[in-house]
Design a protein around this ligand. Structure first.
Ligand SMILES: [Zn+2]
Ligand SMILES: [Zn+2]
Length: 397
């Protein structure tokens, strides 16, 4: 936990708000604000080294003021600074200061997507990745609840987030084009795990980690029977070696399920090999499949839904999926416990509280909807995490 935070609003104006007391403690000009941890669980706030607003023990919310686009340049513990959209909440904690970036989920994704997929991936692959990342975020908002009291961290454990510096046009476009879209199975967000390259065969979630079978995370060939795996085409595109003709897109693809133990690969694999193969998604997009078809292939049997905040109704609206994959009938209900991603297993072992119930996900969806529809709030208070720190924030309010 750092003991200092430096904040620079891009507009040169800031508002500092004490949420507990519901009052603004400062509003005006500020080139730089320095927050330092003090004894007794307090913090000192200095605006431009001149005025010191001493001794706060409550969390303070720092928001840039001015005409958008606006952001905050933030650094903690004297480290490199990063620019973030939204606001920063800072509170004294365990002798240090915890910072939490409070940002709209759609803005969050603008930074996450480029960190998670090849930056020049074709549109449909960017969109599929965005929907998978949005679904993953929504499903895992309670991963750091409890005593940690935040939603998502900015590391691989949740999804890599590093603020504005990581944003690129192609991904931002994909975020806008897929506004609020997630994949659901039943009425829950699906567990949209993804990996870099499956090596030709996606494996069943049970072959990667134990747990109950998940109907849409099954082992199957990453491609059309008789053709090369999609990820081989994707890899060629990434390496700019597209010398051979790509196959034509199929109107339907039958997924032939492999048994849980099957792990054979046609080429080198990267990652856990469960769910969406990112190189495969790039290959599919280059061949001409759209994002919906990519997702139907990698998460067969899931449906597309739209988060409340992106529609005018009160309930998420399902759009009919374009079926390219013959989804195997689930033999049993989907497990509501998220199979952990291998990079997450150690963290999960350390904190078994991260397992979430069906009910909590539903509640979270409702909370997000309520939060997004609350026009009294600024458009900022949505998703929380700590920039530059592995710990992140707290629940939606
Ligand atoms: Zn995390
Ligand atoms: Zn693959």
């Amino acid at each position: 936990m750092p003991t200092t935070w430096k904040i620079e609003p891009s507009t040169g104006f800031i508002e500092i708000f004490d949420e507990k007391k519901k009052q603004s403690v400062y509003s005006g000009k500020a080139a730089q604000i320095v927050i330092s941890a003090m004894k007794g669980g307090k913090m000192k706030v200095a605006v431009d080294e001149r005025k010191s607003l001493y001794y706060f023990s409550n969390e303070l919310l720092f928001s840039p003021v001015g005409r958008p686009p606006i952001n905050l340049k933030v650094s903690s513990g004297g480290k490199k600074s990063y620019s973030y959209r939204g606001s920063l909440a800072v509170s004294p904690q365990k002798g240090g200061l915890r910072g939490v970036n409070i940002v709209d989920i759609e803005d969050y994704l603008k930074s996450v997507v480029p960190s998670e997929i090849y930056n020049r991936a074709p549109d449909a692959a960017q969109q599929a990745q965005t929907i998978a990342a949005r679904t993953y975020a929504v499903r895992n908002l309670k991963r750091h609840s409890g005593s940690e009291n935040f939603q998502l961290c900015d590391k691989v454990h949740c999804q890599v987030y590093s603020g504005i510096a990581r944003e690129i046009k192609l991904a931002t476009k994909a975020v806008k084009e897929t506004n609020g879209k997630i994949l659901i199975y039943g009425s829950e967000p699906a567990n949209t795990v993804y990996h870099s390259n499956c090596g030709g065969y996606i494996i069943d979630s049970r072959a990667a980690w134990k747990g109950s079978p998940v109907p849409y995370l099954l082992g199957h060939y990453d491609g059309v029977s008789g053709q090369k795996p999609f990820c081989q085409y994707g890899k060629l595109i990434k390496q700019n070696q597209k010398t051979e003709k790509l196959p034509k897109p199929q109107t339907s693809i039958t997924i032939s399920k492999m048994n849980a133990q099957s792990k054979k690969a046609t080429h080198k694999s990267f990652g856990h090999r469960v769910g969406m193969c990112q190189d495969g998604a790039i290959g599919m997009a280059a061949i001409g499949y759209n994002a919906r078809q990519v997702l139907a292939f990698y998460y067969p049997g899931t449906k597309m839904a739209t988060m409340n905040y992106a529609v005018n109704g009160s309930e998420p609206v399902e759009t009919p999926p374009i079926v390219v994959a013959a989804a195997p009938r689930p033999a049993q209900q989907v497990s509501l416990v998220a199979p952990p991603n291998p990079t997450q297993i150690n963290a999960l072992r350390r904190n078994s509280k991260t397992v979430q119930s069906n009910r909590s996900i539903k509640d979270t969806l409702k909370q997000i909807a309520a939060s997004r529809n609350d026009s009294a709030a600024t458009s900022l208070r949505k998703i929380f995490w700590t920039p530059g720190q592995p710990g992140i924030s707290r629940s939606i309010y």
